[in-house]
Design a protein around this ligand. Sequence first.
Ligand SMILES: Cc1ncc(C[n+]2csc(CCOP(=O)(O)OP(=O)(O)O)c2C)c(N)n1
Length: 325
Amino acid sequence: MTGQSIIPSREKQLEMLQTMLKIRHFEMAAGQLYKRGVLKGGVHACIGQEAIPVGISAHLHRDDYITSTHRGHGHHIAKGADVRRLMAELMGKETGYCKCRGGSMHVAAFDVGSLGAYPIVAAGVPIAIGAAYSIMHRGSDQVVVAYFGDGALGQGTIYEAFNLASIWRLPVIFTCENNYFAVSTKTEATVALKDIPGFAASFGIVGKRVNGQNVLDVYNAAGEAVDRARKKEGATFLFFDTYRFEGHYFGEPEIYRSREEVQKSKDELDPITLYIATLINSGMISKQAIEAMEKDCQREIDEALAFAQQSPLPNPDEYARYVYA
Ligand SMILES: Cc1ncc(C[n+]2csc(CCOP(=O)(O)OP(=O)(O)O)c2C)c(N)n1
C-alpha cells in the first residue's frame, strides 16, 4: 500500500454521499416495514456501516463482481442495484430481484454483478474465488469484492480462499466488515487475528486495517486494492473497523451491549454525519444542498415502496419455478 491519499472529484464525493443516504433511507424504510409486520423473517441492516460498500463501489464497474452476506442491502445498493426490485424482494413480490425466492438474505442481482448474498457465514468467499478464476481464464480486467463479517474469520474456507487467491494471483478484494459482533459474540472472543498486514503477507498478499467510518479512507484503500487486482498484481485483504447501529436483525433484543455504548457510537461514529461535516467544512456542499439530496433519496425510496406494494405476490402454484436442486 502506498498510503498516498487521493481526493476524489467533487462530483464523485457528492455521489458517494448520495449513495450512503440512499442505503440509510432504504434500511430505515425496511425497519418500519418490519415493525408493521410487513416484512417477515430476519432482516439485517447495515446502518452505521454504509461507508464501506460505498467507498469500495466508487471504484467498481458494473460488470465487476461482488459476493455478499446476510447484511447485504448496502453492498447491492452501492453496486447500483435497483432499489425498487430490492424492496420488492424484501416484501416477497414477484417483481423482486429473485422473484421472491431469495428475500433479504439471499438476494442476487446479476444485472449489477452481484453473484449473491450468502447468509451461511463465509459462504460467498469461495464463490468469489471461482468468479476470479473465471476472470483469469477469460483474460478480462474485472475484479471481485468478497464481503464478509468478522464472524467469518472463524471459518476455514476463508483461509483456503486466501491461499488460492495468492497461488493463482486472483483479482479479489477480501473485504472484512468488523462491526465487533457476530450476533452477540464480541470479535475479541473468537478472532485471534491482530496483525492484518503481517497475516496477509504470510499468504503473499497485501493487507490493511482501515477506518470503515471514514468513506475517504475506505475510498483510498479500495482504490489501491482494485487497481492491484485489475493489473493482475494479486489479491488484497481489507479489514474495516465499523459498528452496526441496529441489532443483529431488526427486533433483536441486544442484551449483549449497553444502550450507552450504542448511543455513543451513533453520536461519534456515524459515517454519514462525519462525511457531511467533512464536505461542509471543505465548502463542497451547503446545508441546503444536503437537505435537497435527502429529499431526493426519500422520494426514490418512497417510489420503491409504492412499486413493491403494488407488485403482485408470486403464484403459490409456481413456488418451485426458478428453484434448482
Ligand atoms: C456457518 C454458519 N454458522 C452460524 C450461522 C448463524 N449466524 C448467522 S449470522 C451470524 C453472525 C455473523 O457475524 P459476522 O460474520 O460478523 O457478520 P455480521 O452479522 O456482524 O455482519 C451467525 C453466527 C450461520 N449463518 N452460518
